[in-house]
Design a protein around this ligand. Sequence first.
Ligand code: BG6
Ligand code: GLC
Ligand code: GLC
Length: 924
Amino acid sequence: MESIGPAGLQPGERVLGCPQEGLPLPSDRSELVQECLQQFKVTRTQLQQIQASLLDSMEQALKGQASPASTVRMLPTYVGSTPHGTEQGNFLVLELGATGASLRVLWVTLTGIKGHRVEPRSQEFVIPEEVVLGTGQQLFDFAACCLSEFLDAHPVENQGLQLGFSFSFPCHQTGLDRSTLISWTKGFRCSGVEGQDVVQLLRDAIQRQGAYSIDVVAVVNDTVGTMMGCEPGTGPCEIGLIVDTGTNACYMEEARHVAALDEDRGRTCVSIEWGSFDNDRVLGPVMTTFDHALDQESLNPGAQRFEKMIGGLYLGELVRLVLAHLARRGILFGGCTSPALLSQGSIRLEYVAMMESPSTGAAHVHTILQDLGLSLEASDAELVQRVCAVVCTRAAQLCAAALAAVLTRLQHSREQQTLQVAVATGGQVFERHPRFHSVLQETVMLLVPECDVSFIPSVDGGGRGVAMVTAVAARLAAHRRLLEETLAPFQLNTKQLEAVQVQMREAMAKGLRGETSSLRMLPTYVRATPDGSERGDFLALDLGGTNFRVLLVRLTEGGVQIINQVYSIPECVAQGSGQQLFDHIVDCIVDFQQRQGLSGQSLPLGFTFSFPCKQVGLDQGILLSWTKGFNASDCEGHDVVHLLREAIKRRQAVELNVVAIVNDTVGTMMSCGYEDPRCEMGLIVGTGTNACYMEELQNVVDVAGESGQMCINMEWGAFGDDGSLGMLSTCFDTSVDQASINPGKQRFEKMISGMYLGEIVRHILLHLTSVGVLFRGQQTQCLQTRDIFKTKFLSEIESDSLALRQVRTILEDLGLPLTSDDALMVLEVCQAVSRRAAQLCGAGVAAVVEKIRENRGLEELTVSVGVDGTLYKLHPHFSSLVTATVQELAPRCKVIFLQSEDGSGKGAALVTAVACRLAQKTRV
Ligand code: BG6
Ligand code: GLC
Ligand code: GLC
């Protein structure tokens, strides 16, 4: 087949005029016509091949399998449901890119009543050519200008103007209002826009313009606007088909099939971008020499080759190329061409439609072509009409093959043999070309006879659908604002954290001086961290964390051996009588001794008792107050070691030698200190939170002695109980506090530790539900249940390796039926709550290490902190947030966090060992 040059010329041909040689004979003439038009014929087999290949390309792209840029893209649009019909409000719509080099502004009113439509107001603007091919800034400034002009001409209330942006080019959307242009198509080529978020570019331009304050709420492809604006008779419309300047379709896919989305339920709208479909094996045979020529002379040669056979921008051009060719072969116009016929774009889509019309077509052919400077012979009109018909028929057939692929895809994804579906259609090719529609419909029936397809033309060019999406996006944006407002008090800045640090320092100083302070700064009578020489077998008890444990700790030259057994403390015992509690503890010890063959031996015992105790010696601790859900009667104000010894007596036949009572913070510090002598602070972030550290004895008024050090149990959980944390406390903290068994107490602990974080989250979720942001505003019984949200869930939900859908599974297991938007918001709530907790904890650590540094008059301090507790250990980000905060607030301290591996029991044994060693020494 001959080839055609870029301007439709053949080598050596004169630009204008008529052939020098004679015209072909009539018999040759019909053969040449036949040969030319035959190229546009597509067989049923070819259409079926295109359908199958496009379907394959769609399914590959859905799976996210690396697809060459030349196949379909399957872009998620973040539209999750077809309209409810209840959307309402007034919306501005800006359309760019659907119909040629023009731009449309609409004012759309949604009444919220099904079937009740208000005619939109609209205005069209022609985009000057220098703008279409200019810079992105020029284009968006032009758009902003048009918006102002429209609003000037159609005055509306200039408040809270919400805009939906219909931008019909291939874009990677990452949200309803975030969309990055992949590449220009359809004759646009503005610089600096590809790879940019077009919503941001529009927002910037509107701001530069400065005339109106407009909120760009959503961005939508024209196919999506068409689908969403459609009001079908029966059942929802789930496909949007556009044949305008370009061509494309969108449809509702099962979300679980879209690999690019982290979503496994419901449906989501996918823009296919079938214009870029380009499988040479199936398209090659149907492409004519004219298609190749058209592609070469386009702005994007090699790209969008499928679109170039169907889209309205190209149909007129194909007709022009064929007519020019036939003229040059002497078959049309007496073998003469004209400058107009030889210039690109001179035959527009509307001319083709007019010329093709069965009734008035012939007359149009004459006027249109004469206007192009051509003189027609008697038989020319009919041939021109045939040319228009073959070009358009092929376009409609190819479009039908593509639509058939989408229908087959729907059958696959819905696992349905037969399908009843409505397709919303839009674009000038449909509007201007009745025959396009009928050929399309016939061919679809031929290719997918099992599908019952109804075609519903869009009424106002998709503007209404864009407004629908905008309404949904506006609602989601309002929800987001409410979420952000709710979480704002949890976002602490450096200044606030520094203030916490300062207050903590003041409270520490006061507590040490014996003045009234929320920090009790309790002496522990532990004067040194272990030196590694401790030896012997010890029993240890560990009460006050998640688990109650009895341990046998063997300190040998070869290392430490620990055997431990976990026992439960039922809530009725923790909150029953003191006698019951201590009898239960002794029963557990007896059981442990029997199991370990230790009965009858009286090993020294260290008692980790993780509650605030006033100690007057190592083996005497008066319980000041229960914390963390314990509330056994007749214990507060009593010596816990005495209570234990009494219970041992009651249980006769057991002999136990209680040597030391140790807070879990101290146990942890000692345990880590056994490995690292620089460990001078203990930190617990578990059920509760607390810290201890080595203080200079001279600073501790309650204990005699001026030299040496003593470990101080800060009981920092009570920090703020004097109201000093009031500024940071939110209404959710108040609710959690009020509902606890110790209202007004342990305010710092209640903002940080595992026993309370879940409850804070639950209260926030209750609030967000009540304002309609979560769970569609429906309160569930489950969410009303106290403690339903465990710390464990926070840690799981925030784990980086967890997909959002898994987050949802966790929440659903709790009986919370949520959407993926809900899941994301719950995640954000968890993050805000745990982040604040970690930062407050960090501010506390910063206060302590700075105190140690200053005590020692050091410029810089290197110190290790022994840490334990389920929250600290299990939460994916807690520890790094603590570290970062300490670094920021105490830059002169190098703080190393050591996680305790063996719990506080080992530390209690070490304290006991040191005490035994000292006791032996004094006896000698
Ligand atoms: C461990 C101790 O060190 O940490 C417990 O052995 C302590 O007694 C605990 O209370 C804190 O963690 P949680 O998460 O169990 O409260
Ligand atoms: C082009 C665009 C696509 C649009 C279609 C119809 O193919 O890339 O986004 O939907 O034209 O306007
Ligand atoms: C509570 C206790 C405290 C303990 C902390 C960590 O705050 O009062 O003694 O150290 O929890 O378990």
